[in-house]
Design a protein around this ligand. Sequence first.
Ligand SMILES: Cc1cc2nc3c(=O)[nH]c(=O)nc-3n(C[C@H](O)[C@H](O)[C@H](O)COP(=O)(O)O)c2cc1C
Length: 361
Amino acid sequence: MSKAPKLRTPFYNPDLSYDQNYDQGPFGDFASEEIWQPKQPPRFQFLGQPLDFPFGIPAGPLLNRKFTHAAFRLGFPVATYKTVRRHAHPSHPYPNVMAVKLDGDLTIEKAQQPLIADTTYEQPLSITNSFGVPSQAPDVWQADLNLAVQDARPGQLLIGSFQGTSKGEGVEAFVEDCVETAVLVAQTGAKVLEMNLSCPNEGTSNLLCFDIDRVEQVVKAVKAKVHQPLVLKIAYFVDQAQLVEFVTRVGALVEGLSAINTIPATVVDRTGQQALPGKGRAVSGVCGHAIKWAGLEMVQRLRELRAQHNLQFAIVGVGGVTTVADYQEYRQVGADLVMSATGAIWNPYLAQEIVSTEGVV
Ligand SMILES: Cc1cc2nc3c(=O)[nH]c(=O)nc-3n(C[C@H](O)[C@H](O)[C@H](O)COP(=O)(O)O)c2cc1C
């Protein structure tokens, strides 16, 4: 195990609201003017796009072009613009990010018990995030995303993330919302799109990625309208039979699968009260160091299934990457691209550290 790096000033400030971060961020060294230049031309590829090396920041922490621009300046080859919706959608109230106190891995069993959260951020860092996937209106985010796409120099890639909004208006309306949102993202010129399936499904309380009939329907409808490579962002699957079904039914329809999003758990403060105030926020997603095991395991399972079923999709490994060694571990188990959210927020130099290591893999 490599030594846990010291935590730097986070580029997303958990002491401020989402709107304050959107307007005033990014912070710390993401706010500097520093421009890091690669020492050699791009040596890797991801879905046909040249990459300096297969590493980046997944959907979430990069709230707008100011954030994606900073990520590119500091040498992250891939920057994902935070998930957008078809209509403006407010964020859950502050706080949206808190540190989660965990000893070791957040296993699925441990995630059934309440976890304690506070505002002291320490290594090994795990956090909970609860935003409700806020979005600007498309006229705002399309213009901003278009500029963000153009900021990528050769060897860098901007991914446009989106999701459908479940409004209780029926399945057809939900599918149409997914398709229309995908089209709006495609119009910005983003070369790769990612659809977040770890989001509420229409008409059920379960996540969309666990309703494979619905996923197949949505993906086919999106692919009929959008021609850019499409990556699906999925949660941790406990049930291997369900993952086999997902991969065999959807794996040939898309260009990539990204795993994982967060692991949900009940989060309380030290007095046992709900830590994040408001209805529907007793349970929130946990990410960072304690979920690395789950991301690594999903990458391994996806790689085996891809080989067994002769499929071609690329695998994006996400979850708990905070060190160069974590990146290498994901590459060794088969990730074609590795992403870090929590780790990158608290270490703006993570990409530079990875590429300066002898023999970046
Ligand atoms: C502040 C924050 C916001 C996030 N928002 C989104 C989002 O809008 N869409 C999405 O697909 N995932 C979102 N995620 C999940 C991350 O993309 C990633 O899957 C998860 O955090 C696990 O990676 P990590 O352990 O490196 O943080 C968010 C994560 C964080 C930390």
